[in-house]
Design a protein around this ligand. Structure first.
Ligand code: OMP
Length: 261
């Protein structure tokens, strides 16, 4: 079975479309040691894994701590133990030869299931990731931040740049393992995205702190193929957040999503 099918099965099994973003800011924890941060993440996973089909790990929150932070990135797949899909939010993309080694580090060495990549350097920069047939590749198409106006929504000839990216992803999806990153804050463009995207999963960050539209994201994404709505700070990032509160917030989002579905 290919990645996009496995992803959908996992989401259906847990009757959820929530991707919990494990963006842990060490400074918000009561104990600021990295060993504590690691066990805190393990506890979050244990207490939410029955609900979450997907976790996304933004590498910046770990790489900023050097080798100790990287050790946590190594441990997260062990903590999840195959019960959910892991997205390495590393936003890679380089000349083919370098991308090949980025893919090797994330898929072979770290053992993550999927990765986020930037399309800026073109199709040859993404192919080395896609060539891992059992792994997933989420390509930044229409991002959630205000800067998505700077390039992505600019017209080239008759259409916006982000639509060229989506068309490239349709073409790249030979092994059914390519997805799009579509910010949930772009509710006005979602129908247009759906029109161009040919049955691809959408990773949809921007729910919670960035004010994205949960209902519209789920409804339009579901019609296309599969929306994965990411929430990070909206669930995690309060001072000294207790694990039981994280569980409750995760359940709360889960219930909202189930109602929309
Ligand atoms: P919160 O705003 O705290 O929920 O975090 C959003 C997460 O999604 C962060 O890890 C961002 O780096 C990531 N993200 C976006 O916010 N917008 C995007 O367009 C793309 C991403 C991403 O690729 O995950």
């Amino acid at each position: 079975m290919n990645f996009n099918q496995i992803l959908k099965i996992k989401c259906n099994e847990k009757n959820n479309r929530l991707c919990l973003g494990l963006d842990i800011d060490k400074n918000s924890l009561e104990n600021k040691s990295l060993d504590y941060m690691s066990s805190y993440i393990k506890d979050i996973i244990i207490s939410t894994v029955d609900l979450c089909p997907v976790y996304k790990i933004n590498f910046s929150f770990y790489e900023r701590h050097g080798s100790k932070g990287y050790e946590i990135l190594e441990k997260i797949p062990e903590y999840v133990n195959g019960e959910s899909i892991l997205i390495a939010d590393a936003k890679r993309g380089d000349i083919g030869n370098s991308s090949k080694f980025y893919a090797e580090s994330i898929f072979d060495y770290l053992g993550y299931d999927s990765v986020t990549v930037s399309p800026f350097m073109g199709i040859d920069s993404i192919k080395p990731f896609v060539n891992y047939k059992n792994k997933g590749v989420f390509v930044l198409a229409l991002t959630s931040n205000p800067g998505s106006n700077d390039f992505q929504k600019k017209y080239i000839n008759d259409k916006e740049l982000y639509k060229y990216v989506i068309e490239m992803c349709n073409e790249l999806n030979r092994y059914n393992n390519v997805g799009l990153v579509i910010g949930a804050t772009n509710d006005e463009e979602l129908d247009e995205v759906s029109f161009v995207s040919s049955s691809l999963p959408w990773l949809m960050p921007g729910i919670g702190f960035q004010g994205g539209n949960l209902e519209k994201s789920i409804l339009v994404g579901e019609k296309n193929y599969l929306p994965l709505v990411n929430v990070s700070r909206g669930i995690l990032n309060f001072k000294n957040r207790k694990i039981s509160d994280i569980r409750e917030a995760t359940l709360n989002y889960t219930n909202q999503i189930r109602e929309i579905l």
